[in-house]
Design a protein around this ligand. Sequence first.
Ligand code: CP3
Length: 338
Amino acid sequence: MRACRRLPVPHTPVWFMRQAGRSLPEYLRLREGVPMLESCTRPEMIVEITMQPVRRYAVDAAIFFSDIMVPLKAIGVDLDIKPGVGPVIAEPIRDAAGLDALRPLEPDDVPYVTEAVEGLVGELGGTPLIGFAGGPFTLASYLIEGGPSKNHERTKAMMYGEPELWSALMERLSDLTIEFLRLQVAAGAGAVQLFDSWVGAVAAQDYRASVLPHTRRIFAAVEPLGVPRIHFGVGTGELLGPMGEAGADVVGVDWRVPLDEAVGRVEPGKALQGNLDPAILFAPWETIEERALDVLARGRTAEGHIFNLGHGVPPSADPDVLARLADLVHEASAERTS
Ligand code: CP3
């Protein structure tokens, strides 16, 4: 929390995107026979899965176990998360009539989220819980394409060719995201992260015109809640400048841009989060150590740094390596500050 606010810290804090999930055997055991989206509606399961990595690793934050598709499912969009594929939408949204499927989210739509966050805040003690939501471009892409997409062609076709429809869709998705974040904070989440994972597919000028106004509105709406806001996307090297202008306190950086380089791209007054290449986890420990120390060194050029991977923990990652990495980040950064 202090690093998000660019205050001095006793050591560089660390957490891992997707720290809860398939890389943990205890997760796989618990989830056996329970579909992904159903697991996100069971408060006890959410609490347990969120706690699993916190017990294993010396991480400084927990990430709420849910999915960016949960609020869409909760307002009645017919969708599923297919193992090995990702989110799949029964009726993709491609015209104005399709927007009718997107009504506002009410707290009563997701009582399990409120219940799980409240339970977690008690269990976590002083460790902050990061709530999250999907960014509007990423949600729009799943809805328009009907599932995962490499090039986001239909999505961009709407963005370029039907700006009014695009804007109306982004408005509704932003409202959904604002409400999903708001109710997590109301239940006790200490920080929030907006995952606009696939927004790196957009050129900077189009990002400014067609995405930034919406993310700006999201972060402005969340500001009065008083919790740190983190903004993350993949492949966003060219977007770090405008993403920094969206209003978050922390900009997440993927592994492609060294953090000291990112410092020059993001406006002053922001902390950075990242950015060890997740693939490094499969290299020998000496290589991991060398690269992690390099991330820490570059991170010291930022006004605040939260150590993370450049994207999520791969399902085949070895939890013992992540445990060792969290300890290394603490030990190496504490030596520097003491
Ligand atoms: O530790 C954590 O971060 C867990 C919470 C979490 C999940 N999804 C659980 C999950 C978070 C923060 C997400 C966000 C999410 N969901 C994003 C943004 C983050 C990112 O990685 O960029 C995106 C793009 C999604 C959509 C989504 N949901 C995908 C692409 C997948 C993977 C599909 C597959 O099987 O490969 C999911 C499913 C999902 N969400 C899983 C988990 C643990 C795996 C499904 C399972 O365990 O059965």
